[in-house]
Each structure stands twice: as structure tokens, then as C-alpha cells.
Design a protein around this ligand. Sequence first.
Ligand code: SAH
Ligand code: MG
Length: 222
Amino acid sequence: MNEQLLELMSRFKTIIHDDLSLEMKQYAEEHDVPIIQEQGLELMLQLLRIKNPESILEIGTAIGYSSLMMARHLPHTKIVSIERDETRYQEAVSYHKRADLQNQVSLIEADALEIKNESLPLLKYDVIFIDAAKAQYQKFFEKYEPLLKEDGMIISDNLIFHGHIFDHQQKQSRNLRQLVRKINRYNDWLAHHEAYDTLLLPIGDGVAVSLKKNKEVLKNHR
Ligand code: SAH
Ligand code: MG
């Protein structure tokens, strides 16, 4: 995106930071933890303000930054967040304790592809936020989509992957190339999903917003 546009967009700020959230951002930067970018978070929060969800399921807590920010900006929303890395999970627990969020956010240490869906604290969710291992997005989507309420929303982060998906493949390492291929595959799969309407927004690192298709509209077009 061109710089003038980015500058214009960055003038519209709604996120409220304090010492703790800034400390988390700094920790993330120092320890290479890929937390959501400011613009991506602005988008998420605005979508969530429209949706006004009772409950959010997040796949990929990291150190609890996005969940803390969602919880603080949506004080009536319950959040469940899953993280498989023990160190990051512990960091998240300790940050959330300091923010006194234990009643609003349930942090779960588990591999999101292994844990039983029925063992999660809530049975249905208004919003599912997929932000874990980029190569597994389709698996996360398929595993957790049944927990989405009928009018729910699935948000997937990092689908532009720092622009790597547009780069010349020969210049990429084998690992990067494989990841790019998987993200491209997810983008295609999601774009053609027969049960969901998805909009991909080039904000932050690329955020896809998926809603269940309106069945009446589908019928009228047959
Ligand atoms: N949502 C966070 C960032 C998450 S980074 C924020 O914006 O603040 C992605 C995280 O997903 C990493 O911490 C990684 O350990 C975790 N992760 C990757 N695969 C996972 C899986 N299968 N189950 C649970 N967590 C996973
Ligand atoms: Mg992300």
C-alpha cells in the first residue's frame, strides 16, 4: 500500500494502550513473537464492535496480546484462547493476571489440532479468530467451524504473509516456499468455500473475514 494512504489510515486510531500493553508489544518485538499489527488490530476491533460478540475463540494466544486487547476493548465479551507453546502460554497467563482478566479470558495450553472441541469452556462462539501455524489454517477452520453460531464470523490473520505470497519463488528458501504454497492453497480454498462468503482485506498482514452464506440467496440463484 502506498505511504500516503498508510499515513492517512494511521490517523484513525481507536486502540487504547497503557503501560502493560506497551510492555507486551516490546516483549513481542524483543522475542520475535508475531503479535497482530496495529492496523490489523484496528480492523479486528471495529469488526468486533459491529458484531458485539458474547464469545470469541482464538487459535494462537502467543503471549496474550490480541486477547488482552480484545478483552479490554470489549468488556462484555468472553474469550477462550488456545496456545501450544508452554513458555508463551505462561507469559500470557502472567500478563493476564496483571491485567486482572482471569474472569474474562480463559487461556488453554494445548495443541489446537489435538484438543477435543467438547472440552472447551463454551460450546458455541460468535467469532473464531484463526492466528496460529500458517500452514494449518484449513485444518483449524474445518475443526472449529462447527462451533460457530449460525450468524458467526471467522477471521483469519496473516494471509498476505508480509507480501511473500507475491514474491518470486526462486528467491525463497525451501521452508518459506512451502509455507507460501500452503497459504496460497488456503486462500484459494477459502475463496471457493461453498458455505462461506469471505472478504480479504489488505490491512495489517491481510485479514480474511468469513460469514456463513445466506441460504436464501443461494436458493434464488439456482
Ligand atoms: N494472536 C496472537 C499471536 C499469535 S502468534 C496475537 O496477535 O497477539 C501464533 C501462535 O500460535 C504462536 O504462539 C504458536 O505457538 C501458536 N500455535 C501454532 N500452532 C498452534 C497449534 N496447533 N495449537 C495451538 N497454538 C498454536
Ligand atoms: Mg497474526
